[in-house]
Write a protein that binds this ligand. Structure first.
Ligand code: FES
Ligand code: FES
Length: 157
């Protein structure tokens, strides 16, 4: 039988305690245990960025981190940052510029974009592209995504 651990963490501002299997990944925990399905599961190998969440203020791949490793941590997901309105500006820019089509990459892309926005004052398009290079989008060709991030980051409408 697989080893189970009791963990307590703060997810989107609420403390939760659960018994988890040692090998359960954080993104599976968030989706299956807590019903937070905004973080998506794509490659499951740390490549596509669909599973991006924030742990103790830094963005991480939810498919590479185990739920037990988040014990005692503060985890923020796209749902939490939407509720707190932290994402409202970048969400508006994505919407206005049609920076999404199927939407599968969008939660992870918003989390990555917001990470740049909250840490940086301004950035070139190259720097924006570099920052989101770990987030794959199969639909948009990235142009509109970079436009939206640039608009919020550099105040360019
Ligand atoms: S599902 Fe985690 S990086 Fe692709
Ligand atoms: S909008 Fe479809 S993968 Fe990005």
């Amino acid at each position: 039988m697989e080893h189970a651990n009791d963990i307590t963490l703060t997810v989107n501002g609420t403390q939760v305690s659960r018994r988890v299997q040692a090998r359960q990944h954080l993104v599976d925990f968030l989706r299956e245990e807590l019903g937070l399905t905004g973080s998506h599961l794509g490659c499951e190998h740390g490549v596509c960025g669909a599973c991006t969440v924030r742990v103790n203020g830094e963005i991480v791949r939810g498919c590479l981190m185990l739920a037990v490793q988040a014990d005692g941590c503060r985890v923020d997901t796209v749902e939490g940052l939407t509720d707190s309105k932290e994402l409202s500006e970048i969400q508006r820019a994505f919407h206005q510029r049609n920076a999404l089509q199927c939407g599968f990459c969008t939660p992870g892309m918003l989390m990555a974009a917001q990470d740049l926005i909250r840490h940086g004052r301004s950035a070139s398009r190259e720097r924006i592209r570099e920052h989101i290079s770990g987030n794959y989008c199969r639909c948009t060709g990235y142009q509109a995504i970079v436009d939206a991030i640039e608009e919020v980051l550099n105040g360019k409408a």
